[in-house]
Design a protein around this ligand. Structure first.
Ligand code: SF4
Length: 349
């Protein structure tokens, strides 16, 4: 089982990446890839050369690799499982050849068995696997998925989008990461234009407020439609950052997204606070002195005193708030007194 709360298992047929936006700064996969490479070159040869040491710890080299031995892993599992595709990289990274992406998509196609609805499905009599793919390269995802076609025998890519794309892989959920409004503005419109059975956004690590009620572009021109991003979304995940150097998430940012989802009827999943949580969740008496002596910062940044961080207002008129660095486990995943584990309609966690 994966430790990621919203999936079943991870599947990494392609590994390696490069940083692309602020959400990548403390990339867990980068540190883990270095660890796996050090641990065993025999067991994990695919990670060779994907990272290099730096003063700040391991960093990606930009090398991407196809792990041939991992490619058919889901086909060897008979129990219907939800797989997170490429947690150790980005399937739509600019250096991943189209051919590798097609091979991964073809495994996903084959993993829709009897009762599934994929093109060219095979009848093995058991249930189907579900795949969740998350990218920060939304433009390439859109480009590949709009050119994807089935010719009766195999998947292939057209050289140009002919405007007739449709969802071919019903068991593939496609999502983008969006850590701030800036990244959401760049990626969500691409996601909306991507044919997908389920569209989702992972706002983790959440580094700023995000308004998902922005209006979609009108298909017939450059006017705005009356529909909002949320009308095209099936699921939104929010989480704070964990690990060394983690940046705090203002509770107002998480609450605002939760409230937007609730109002629009979009399932909302609160994954974790991460390293930092509201002080009220983890009060510690000896730190109360520091708390009362502090004046909340009014700048756009945060200020740390001991284990307390004062985060500036979230931009939605929310006040500055003290957060405590309690660690991921102690911070937990309760938001306003409860867990939020909603999943797309009809989907199993
Ligand atoms: S895109 Fe994902 S895997 Fe790649 S560097 Fe960023 S966070 Fe890490």
């Amino acid at each position: 089982m994966s430790k990621i709360e919203w999936t079943g298992k991870t599947w990494n047929p392609i590994v390696g990446c490069s940083v692309v936006s602020p959400g990548c700064t403390n990339c867990y996969a980068m540190r883990m890839a270095a660890r796996l490479e050090r641990m065993s070159a025999t067991q994990f040869p695919q990670y060779a050369g994907t990272t290099r040491p730096s003063k700040a710890g391991p960093v990606w080299t930009g090398k991407v690799a196809l792990a041939e031995g991992m490619l058919d892993r889901p086909l060897r599992v008979r129990t219907p499982t939800t797989w997170f595709v490429n947690s150790m990289g980005d399937l739509f990274h600019e250096d991943v050849p189209d051919e590798w992406i097609l091979r991964v998509l073809d495994v996903i196609r084959q993993a829709s068995y009897h009762g599934g609805s994929n093109v060219g499905r095979i009848d093995r009599g058991d249930g189907e696997h579900t795949f969740q793919c998350l990218t920060k390269r939304s433009r390439r995802m859109r480009d590949v998925m709009t050119r994807l076609r089935w010719d009766g025998e195999m998947l292939h890519l057209l050289t140009h989008d002919d405007g007739r794309s449709r969802v071919l892989l019903r068991n593939l959920w496609l999502g983008v990461s969006a850590e701030r409004q800036h990244e959401a503005d760049a990626r969500v419109p691409d996601l909306i234009e991507t044919p997908a059975a389920v569209r989702f956004v992972s706002a983790e690590p959440l580094l700023g407020p995000v308004d998902f009620t922005r209006r979609m572009a009108h298909p017939a021109g450059d006017r705005l439609s009356s529909r909002t991003w949320l009308d095209a979304m099936d699921w939104i995940i929010v989480g704070g950052e964990s690990g060394a150097g983690a940046r705090p998430m203002h509770p107002g940012w998480a609450r605002s997204i939760r409230d937007q989802c609730t109002a629009a009827g979009v399932p909302f999943f609160f994954k974790q606070w991460g390293e930092w949580a509201p002080y009220s969740l983890n009060p510690v008496s000896h730190e109360d002195g520091a708390l009362t002596q502090m004046t909340c910062v009014s700048s756009t940044d945060r200020k740390e005193v001991g284990r307390i961080s004062y985060l500036a207002g979230c931009g939605h008129g929310k006040p500055s708030i003290p957060l405590r660095k309690a660690g991921k486990a102690r911070s937990g995943r309760m938001l306003d007194g409860r867990e939020w584990n909603e999943m797309p309609t009809g989907a199993a966690p």
